[in-house]
Design a protein around this ligand. Sequence first.
Ligand code: PGA
Length: 225
Amino acid sequence: MKPLYLVANWKSNKTVSESIAWVQALGAMMGKSALPTDCAVVVCPPYTALVAVNEEITRLMLPVGVGAQDVSRFPHGAYTGEINSTMLRGIARYVIIGHSERRKHFSEDDTVLAEKVSRAKTDGLNVIYCVENENASVPSQVDLVAYEPVSAIGTGNALDADAADAICGMLSQKNGNVPVLYGGSVTEENCFEYLGKPNIHGALIGGAGLDANRFFQLIRTFGSL
Ligand code: PGA
């Protein structure tokens, strides 16, 4: 079976206690179940909750990876407000870079994003690199690409699964066969349509990942929980 990923991106949501409650609720539903082979689940909380979420996942021994939603393009040093990739050691194994909201609200362009990828790889993070279309440039070191058409993000207008499959296939082919996820209004109702496509290696999930019950239903799409 192809490797499959489900990545929850909480964006700018949840206090620390809400984050811990989400992990505990998910843990109660997952019990001791293992994920199917080659299936990975990742949660990307806000920075303020990253340590607490990682500790709770470790304590409960959940098969869930932890990721950051962004990382500094700078190394450690005099960069007030920045979280650099070295600081993520022992806390997060993944990082999302280039989400369309970062590009739009924080003017992050390809040059800045390439610097972030390079820093993240220096510290061994698995990079999930977001792009908005098939023509986007993708740094060669990224581990996963997430194709997210802006019109589908947070709108309920998910792209048709066949169209998403075609574009994910193009992106993968153009970028050294990197696994490509689809993102944009993926829910527990439509997720299986995407995971079943040959060129889609999983989903990046915003809104539906905020609720532990819904995220558990999404994980069940993998098939054997
Ligand atoms: P959405 O967000 O699932 O709420 O559409 C996806 C994303 O922004 O990654």
